[in-house]
Ligand binder design. Structure first.
Ligand code: TIU
Length: 220
């Protein structure tokens, strides 16, 4: 087995233990009027990765491999939103406030939905998560265990916040993690570059990074 071409060295892929996890490709992070924009960010950076995320998802579907989606969101009564999170960042609209796409980052609201081009299909797991990491206060670990998944390919946003946090959570739980470089984005290009560098530093201390084409070639 040669593995997937990756940095800092080939990813030792085992296709029967592999899944794709797409982090928070939601309207709230990618469209004007959502949470990302309320924090003062240029959200157009996020939409630019949609074609690469889409072809990665399609490749996993074609190969019959699991695709798992996450959504950062909270209960309508805000019982899973700590004040420390709600009060952070001085945004124009806070989590739970009524915005142009409904209540910001609230489960079931139009703005909280996954972008239509990347919408889950029947049978795909969707994890709603109140934190930045997808393992905290969710059943993601149980879902992966039930499916026999030990290796995770990561896509989604933002690279240094929810993607990196989830990769670190997964790495500590014993999963081998591979970040798809063109299928992740940050509001800050320098943060994306730094996250990629720190993930694969020190002999893949958090995980590997690879190009979408090389991942797709491996599962074709
Ligand atoms: N999904 C995710 O990354 N949530 C964030 O709040 N990211 C920011 O970069 N703000």
């Amino acid at each position: 087995m040669t593995g997937i071409k990756a940095e800092p060295f080939a990813f030792p892929v085992k296709h029967d233990e592999l899944a794709l996890i797409v982090i928070d490709m939601q309207r709230d992070f990618a469209e004007p009027g959502g949470f990302g924009a309320s924090l003062g960010n240029d959200v157009s950076r996020i939409t630019r990765i949609v074609p690469d995320v889409k072809r990665l998802i399609q490749g996993f579907r074609n190969a019959g491999l699991p695709v798992i989606h996450t959504m950062e969101c909270h209960r309508p009564d805000l019982s899973d939103l700590p004040p420390a999170k709600r009060d952070r960042g001085n945004p124009a609209l806070r989590i739970g406030d009524e915005g142009p796409m409904g209540r910001i980052l609230i489960s079931g609201e139009p703005g909280t939905a996954i972008l239509p081009e990347l919408a889950p299909v029947k049978g795909e797991v969707v994890i709603e998560k109140p934190g930045k990491g997808a393992f905290y206060a969710t059943d993601l670990g149980a879902v992966l265990q039930e499916k026999g998944i030990r290796q995770l390919v990561f896509a989604g946003v933002t690279t240094e916040v929810c993607v990196q946090t989830t990769m670190r959570e997964a790495n500590d739980r014993g999963y081998e993690c591979l970040l798809a470089e063109e299928a992740t984005e940050s509001y800050f290009p320098e943060f994306k570059a730094a996250a990629i560098a720190m993930i694969r530093a020190q002999g893949a201390i958090v995980g590997w990074t690879a190009h979408v084409d090389d991942i797709l070639e491996s599962i074709a």
